[in-house]
Design a protein around this ligand. Structure first.
Ligand SMILES: Cc1ncc(COP(=O)(O)O)c(C=O)c1O
Length: 442
């Protein structure tokens, strides 16, 4: 008999009842299908969702841990990686694997760099130089794998400052990183300069294209001025890119591609002495969901170049509507020159967090950012139909704040408080927060 807050029900429920309960539980979830959210879900319509769902459920039970048992999954994965490598100008030498998402791809890129530098250069206290705008998964990797994260400030254009990065390189540096683009302001770091620096100093260079990897190539083909960021650039040694973002695959799908298979060998884990058998695994997880691998292969074949180009055109057209609309609102300013559909804006003469709260009261969920305070947008096809309503609400909310009217109460106060806290206090605050979230059933 358990004494916890909840036990496994004594008697099971009927199929329909289980689903009915779950439907009720989701009733207050974020309304992503209606374009009310600007992160977390990349939705491109029912036709694509239906295909992804069918492919996912077809392989829901299969396990990517054993490519010997499931040759289909091995084929899907190697073909997905080959298609991605081709898109990123990897030529015939490029080699990679799929992972469960951007964070796992980044974790594996850092672990690979650490093991490569240990084997090739004898580095035992590794460091990596990161522009402050890289995704926190690099901090996580530093924490997990004992690699020191050395932070470099960014320039006024929100891009990595390569001189500042170079100043931080030591004998222990193993890796430099650039993003294409970085999440906070959508700026593409100067990858050619970062990769040249890496080459000059004998370092590896990772490009985090988790958000841009499956959009930038299409944007370039459509004529947008996209700087070089992939294996075309000499010195780039690995790239992460998420299929579950602008690849429109099911969640749990990313690729990590290396310039060659010799680098990738340092990613793998093997253990030959286990009584349970000979063990070899490519990435962090043991069991790997077959559904996510299968759905990624399926959506790439379903959309093809034509489908991806069509979606990219729609996303970038909608982005232009949003950006021009926001830039025309008095008191609002877009940060830097975002490369694609991910960007941020700041308020010049009122509290941008209060604007976030006012928009939230109208049903719009906008992510708050800090240093400097901004609101963040990530545009998908789901936003094409709601752009005008969004801009009208934003205009009205901004005008009200400019007149000095109060915003409805929301998270502005919390962000204000967090902004004033020293780093250790902030970590404690966040730990308490997450502890609370996972404490007891709601
Ligand atoms: C640039 C960038 N890299 C990495 C990630 C991490 O991806 P995931 O949440 O799939 O782990 C994100 C997520 O938004 C991102 O924007």
């Amino acid at each position: 008999m358990s004494h916890g807050t909840m036990s496994v029900p004594h008697k099971g429920l009927a199929h329909d009842e289980v689903l009915q309960r779950m439907k009720e539980m989701r009733s207050e979830d974020a309304r992503w299908k209606e374009g009310k959210t600007f992160s977390l879900v990349y939705y491109a319509g029912e036709e694509i969702s239906a295909l992804v769902k069918d492919a996912y459920t077809m392989f829901m039970a299969e396990n990517g841990l054993s490519p010997l048992a499931f040759n289909s999954l091995r084929r899907f994965e190697t073909e997905v990686v080959a298609m991605a490598a081709d898109l990123f100008h990897g030529g015939t030498e490029a080699a990679g694997t799929m992972t469960s998402g951007g964070s796992e791809s980044i974790l594996m890129a850092v672990k690979t760099a650490r093991d490569w530098a240990r084997a090739e250069r004898g580095v035992t206290e590794p460091e990596m130089v990161l522009p402050i705008t890289v995704h926190p998964a690099f901090e996580k990797a530093a924490h997990y794998f004992g690699v020191k994260a050395v932070h470099a400030p960014i320039g006024r254009d929100f891009r990595a400052d390569v001189d500042e990065m170079e100043k931080r390189i030591t004998d222990r540096t193993i890796l430099v990183v650039g993003s294409a683009p970085a999440y906070p302001h959508g700026a593409i770091d100067p990858i050619e300069e970062i990769a040249a620096l890496a080459k000059r100093r004998g370092l590896l260079c990772h490009v985090d294209a988790c958000v841009g990897g499956f959009l930038l190539p299409w944007a370039k083909r459509l004529g947008y001025p996209i700087p070089k960021w992939d294996f075309e650039v000499d010195g780039v040694t690995s790239i992460s890119a998420d299929l579950h973002k602008y690849g429109f695959a099911a969640k749990g799908a990313s690729v990590l591609v290396f310039r060659n298979a010799a680098l990738r060998r340092h990613q793998f884990f093997t253990y030959g002495e286990w009584p349970g058998g000979l063990y070899a695994s490519p990435s962090m997880t043991g069991t790997r969901p077959g559904g996510a691998i299968a759905a990624a292969w399926a959506v790439m074949h379903f959309l093809g170049e034509e489908g991806y180009l069509k979606l990219a055109r729609q996303i970038l057209d909608t982005t232009r509507t949003f950006r021009e609309g926001i830039a025309a609102i008095p008191g609002l300013r877009i940060c830097g020159e975002p490369a694609m559909s991910v960007f941020a804006f700041e308020a010049t003469d009122f509290d941008v967090y209060a604007l976030g709260d006012a928009m939230e009261a109208k049903g719009w969920k906008l992510d708050r950012q800090q240093r400097p305070p901004t609101l963040h947008l990530m545009i998908t096809p789901a936003h094409a139909l709601i752009a005008d309503q969004f801009l009208a609400d934003l205009r009205a909310c901004a005008a009200s704040l400019q007149r000095g009217e109060p915003a409805p109460e929301g998270s502005a106060a919390m962000y204000g408080m967090a902004g004033a806290m020293p780093a250790e206090a902030l970590d404690g605050f966040l730990l308490d927060f997450i502890d609370g979230l996972y404490g007891t059933p709601a």
